[in-house]
Design a protein around this ligand. Structure first.
Ligand code: ZN
Length: 405
C-alpha cells in the first residue's frame, strides 16, 4: 500500500461540511463501542448491522448523510480496536490490554471513505465528495501525480484534519519493489541519547541539529499556551501555533529518518535493531527524549518498509544485556549509564560502549535468524501493526504553485 497525500483547498463552508462528516464518523465509532459494552455486538457482522440501525434511526439524521461505506469503514475500525483488546487478553499481554475507549472530539481527526462517496476529476487535480454532507469539489494541492495509478487501485480516501488544514490521503494498492546489489555488509544498530545511532562498524550518526532547535521552540510555545486564560481567544491561537509547530517538527523529522533508513537499507544486506517497546518509550515526560524516541520509532518503521522494498531482512532483537555483555567473549561487564567505553576485564577487549552494543545486537539477530531458518512463520518484528507499513508521501502544501488553467 502506498499513501499519497494532498492538501484540500475549498471554502469555509465546505470545510464545515467535512467537519460534519468527521464528527459523524466519530459518532459511528463511539456508538459501536457503546453497543459492544451493552452486549449488543459480538462480531464484525453485528457491527456492520449496527451501522444500518444507526442510519435508520430518526434520532440521528446525520448518520444517514455519511456515505454508507464510510460508515462501514468506521465500524471496521471500532471492531478492530475491540478485537485487538480480545487478542491482548488471549495472549495475556502484561500491563494494559487496550480496553476500547470512547474517542473525544479533537482537532486532529479523520473520516475514511472506501471506493464510493468521492470522485476524482478527469485531470485528477480536484476531488469531489458526493455523500449527504455535500462538501463539494476541492482542489488538490500536492507534489505527487495520481495519473500514474488506475482509479481502481485507489482503495480508500481519507480526509485528515490537522492544525494547518484539511488533507486527502489516497490509499493506493501498489507494491513497490526495488533491485539492490549485494553489499556483503551486515549491520547492527544501537540507539542512544548522545547519538541518534551507532552501528556495529563503529560509525555514528548524530542527532540532527534541528531536533534540539525544535525542542526549544515547542517548549516556548507550550509555556505561552499555559499562560493564556482558559477558553479565551488567545488560548485558541496559542494552541493552534503549538499544533502547527508540532506538525513542522514531525514532518522534518520524518523526512530526515526516511532518507537515513533508505540509505542504511541500501548499503547493507541485513539490518539488526533493538526491539524497543514503543509503549514504554513514549511514556516518558522529558520533551527532548520523547522527540528523539518518536524519531527512532519512525526510523524503525521506515527501515521495515524499505527492508520489504529492497529485500533486506530487518531483525528486531530483545534489548536486554546488549550493552552489558562483552561482544568478544560474551562475559557480562556491568557498566553505569555514564560509562562511555566498554573495557572487558576477562579478555581485554576495549570498544566504544554503543559500538559494543551494536555488535551484540547484530550477533543475537544472526543467532535468531539461524534458529528460525526453515520455519515458515519467521517474525521479523512484532511491534508494528501492518497498517503502518505504508509510505506516506506528504504534501508540501502550499509551496508548489499550481499551473493556471
Ligand atoms: Zn570480553
Amino acid at each position: 500500500m502506498l499513501i499519497y497525500e494532498a492538501k484540500l483547498e475549498g471554502t469555509q463552508d465546505q470545510y464545515g461540511r467535512l467537519d460534519g462528516a468527521i464528527r459523524t464518523s466519530l459518532f459511528v465509532r463511539n456508538s459501536i463501542i457503546r453497543a459492544w459494552l451493552d452486549g449488543q455486538i459480538k462480531s464484525r457482522n453485528d457491527a456492520y448491522k449496527h451501522c444500518k440501525v444507526l442510519a435508520d434511526n430518526a434520532q440521528f439524521p446525520w448518520t444517514k448523510q455519511l456515505n454508507s461505506q464510510a460508515r462501514q469503514a468506521h465500524a471496521e475500525r471500532a471492531w478492530a480496536s475491540i478485537e485487538r483488546f480480545y487478542q491482548n487478553c488471549r495472549a495475556q499481554v502484561k500491563g494494559k490490554k487496550g480496553f476500547p475507549q470512547f474517542k473525544k472530539q479533537s482537532l486532529r481527526a479523520s473520516v475514511e471513505y472506501k471506493v464510493s462517496g468521492w470522485k476524482l476529476s478527469e485531470d485528477r487535480r480536484s476531488l469531489e465528495f458526493t455523500d449527504g454532507f455535500k462538501a463539494g469539489v476541492f482542489k488538490l494541492w500536492g507534489t505527487r501525480d495520481l495519473h500514474f495509478y488506475h482509479l481502481d487501485q485507489i482503495k480508500r480516501v481519507r480526509v485528515v484534519r490537522r492544525y494547518d488544514g484539511y488533507y486527502a490521503q489516497f490509499l493506493i494498492d501498489h507494491k513497490r519493489e526495488e533491485n539492490k546489489g549485494l553489499t556483503g555488509r551486515q549491520v547492527g544498530l544501537d540507539v542512544g541519547l548522545s547519538h541518534f545511532l551507532t552501528d556495529s562498524f563503529g560509525e555514528k550518526v548524530d542527532n540532527p541539529r534541528f531536533l534540539s532547535k525544535d525542542v526549544g521552540k515547542v517548549k516556548r510555545l507550550q509555556r505561552r499556551l499555559s499562560k493564556t486564560q482558559k477558553r479565551s481567544k488567545n488560548r485558541a491561537k496559542a494552541r493552534n501555533k503549538l499544533g502547527r509547530a508540532h506538525l513542522k517538527v514531525s514532518r522534518r523529522r520524518n523526512d530526515w529518518v526516511c532518507k537515513l533508513a533508505q540509505h542504511v537499507i541500501q548499503s547493507n544486506d541485513l539490518v539488526a535493531i533493538e526491539n524497543l517497546k514503543v509503549r514504554n518509550m513514549l511514556k516518558n515526560h522529558c520533551l527532548a527524549k520523547s522527540i528523539s524516541d518518536a524519531a527512532w520509532y519512525r526510523f524503525r518503521e521506515w527501515l521495515e518498509y524499505f527492508g520489504v522494498v529492497y529485500g533486506v531482512p530487518v531483525i528486531a532483537v530483545n534489548p536486554s544485556y546488549t550493552s552489558a555483555d562483552c561482544s568478544k567473549c560474551g562475559e557480562t561487564v556491568v557498566k553505569t549509564l555514564s560509562t562511555r567505553t566498554h573495557k572487558c576485564p576477562h579478555c581485554g577487549f576495549v570498544a566504544d560502549r554503543d559500538e559494543n552494543a551494536a555488535v551484540n545486537i547484530l550477533k543475537s539477530a544472526l543467532k535468531e535468524w539461524a534458529n528460525t531458518v526453515g520455519r515458515t512463520e519467521f517474525q521479523v518484528s512484532g511491534e508494528i501493526p501492518l497498517c503502518l507499513k505504508v509510505e506516506t508521501l506528504s504534501a508540501k502544501g502550499t509551496q508548489r504553485k499550481r499551473k493556471s488553467n
